[in-house]
Every structure is written in structure tokens, then in C-alpha cells.
Design a protein. Structure first.
Length: 263
């Protein structure tokens, strides 16, 4: 699954934009920050090929993961390519649901993770609030919802950014931006060495939500505390990949951060 003329789009997506092991460690740290104990159950919303779920169960024998996504293609890809790489005991602790993240009857967990900005498919306040309320109801008594967010002046106009890897290039293109609705259209392109660029391998039609909006909505949904984790800066002035809780972010052209709602 996920292959077009020998091109495995999910492989290149993971290689370009995902770091499942690092994300799993971050989720564990965020939960411990909130409750000073270890989390056991994690639900990965909009999970696609559920790489994060697989990484989560590798972090400890007590850990269980649930992946939720409506699209059967990436779910099947994960079943065929990621699950077989786990040990039998680890595989037994991963559950995959072809379901809507708005399903209020999903099992309760310690952590719900909504990464890769996929919640931005909810374009109205009412729809996003419904999702956040559903998450709140699907969390245990001491639990967190973790979402990533991006912004900055650079996302308020069309642009394209190329990231070069050893044998291919990854392109993140913002095709359009509407300041009236805060809606934007994005595409991912790939170009392997010696081949033509594969355009629009993935496309995202999103509303860009600000951290302030997300914080207000989380509190309205019932979370008692909302924390922002902001990326630190290295000696070269670029992000260093280390996220800490903060009350103030940098006025950067482009930034990525995490917002955590504690129940």
C-alpha cells in the first residue's frame, strides 16, 4: 500500500517529517511534568500508519497504544510495514481503530496525541470544540491532550521550502492563504535523485489555529490547565529541537510548538 510506480510515499513522509521515538519520549516527559508519574496508555489521533503508536509501546512493557484514523490505506500500510517490526508482546499492545476521532466511545487513555497538525481539518470553532470536548471525555482522570501547532509571519503568504536529504528532496509548499478565514492550502512534494519531482503527493486543506485560540478552546472544553512548550534556539539561531514550558514565545518568522491540555 502507498506505492505509486515503486515510490513508497509513506516511507518518504516518515523519513521527512516524523520522529516517532523522539515524539514518544516527549509525550512521556509532558505527562510526567503534569502528574509526576509515568503514563501507560496513549491514543494517537489521525494516526495514518501509526508509527508513533509503535514507538510508544517500545518504550516500556507497561505501555499500550491506540491508533485512530478514518483512512484504511495508511492503516493497512502500518499493519504491513510497522507492526511486523515489533516484538510479539509489543504488537499485542497496539490497537488500531478505523474510526472517527469524534467517537466518544473510544477507550479512555492517559494521553491523547494529535500531531502533524491534522486537527486543523476542523475549520470552525464549533467543530474544533466538539473534538476537544470528545478528547476530554476520552481521557482518564489524570491525563493530557498534546497537540502541535505552527505559525509566524511566514505562514501568512504562499511559500515553498526544500529540505535536502541524502538521496531525495522534500518540499513543503504553502499554496495559498486567506486572511479572512485563516484557511491555507499545503502540498508535500518529493524528488528523488535522477527523477522528476513528484508533485502533490500529500495535500492539506486546513484552517490555521493560533495558540491563543487553542488555549481558550481547551479551557472551554473542560481542561483545567493549558501549557505551551516552545522550542529553544541553538548557537546558529535555529531551533534546537528541545521544547520547554513557557509563557512567552519568540516573534519568529516561522515556529512550531506544542500545546498541552491537562485534565
Amino acid at each position: 500500500m502507498g506505492k505509486t510506480k515503486g515510490f513508497d510515499k509513506y516511507f518518504y513522509y516518515r523519513k521527512s517529517v516524523q520522529a516517532p521515538k523522539e515524539d514518544a519520549k516527549f509525550l512521556g516527559r509532558v505527562y510526567k511534568d503534569a502528574y509526576n508519574k509515568k503514563a501507560e496508555t496513549m491514543r494517537e489521533d489521525f494516526c495514518a500508519a501509526f508509527a508513533l503508536s509503535c514507538a510508544w509501546v517500545q518504550g516500556g512493557a507497561e505501555r499500550k497504544a491506540l491508533g485512530v484514523d478514518l483512512d484504511p490505506e495508511p492503516l493497512n500500510y502500518g499493519r504491513e510495514n510497522y507492526l511486523p517490526k515489533l516484538k510479539p508482546d509489543q504488537r499485542s499492545r497496539v490497537e488500531v481503530y478505523e474510526d472517527n476521532v469524534l467517537n466518544a466511545s473510544l477507550p479512555k487513555v492517559d494521553i491523547i496525541s494529535a500531531m502533524n497538525f491534522s486537527y486543523m481539518i476542523f475549520k470552525t470553532r464549533a467543530n474544533l470544540l466538539q473534538y476537544l470536548e470528545t478528547c476530554h471525555n476520552n481521557l482518564k482522570e489524570q491525563a493530557v491532550l498534546v497537540m502541535d501547532c505552527f505559525g509566524g509571519a511566514g505562514v501568512m503568504e504562499p511559500n515553498i521550502e526544500e529540505t535536502k536529504h541524502e538521496d531525495f528532496s522534500y518540499f513543503w509548499e504553502q499554496d495559498s492563504y486567506n486572511p479572512v478565514t485563516n484557511e491555507a492550502l499545503f502540498h508535500i512534494h518529493f524528488k528523488r535523485k535522477g527523477e522528476k519531482k513528484r508533485k502533490r503527493v500529500f495535500t492539506y486543506d486546513w484552517r490555521l489555529w493560533s495558540l491563543a485560540e487553542l488555549k481558550d478552546l481547551m479551557l472551554e472544553a473542560g481542561f483545567h490547565k493549558v501549557s505551551i512548550y516552545w522550542e529553544g534556539t541553538g548557537a546558529d539561531g535555529d531551533g534546537n529541537g528541545i521544547y520547554r514550558r513557557t509563557e512567552k514565545g519568540d516573534d519568529s518568522v516561522a515556529w512550531v510548538s506544542y500545546i498541552v491540555g491537562s485534565k
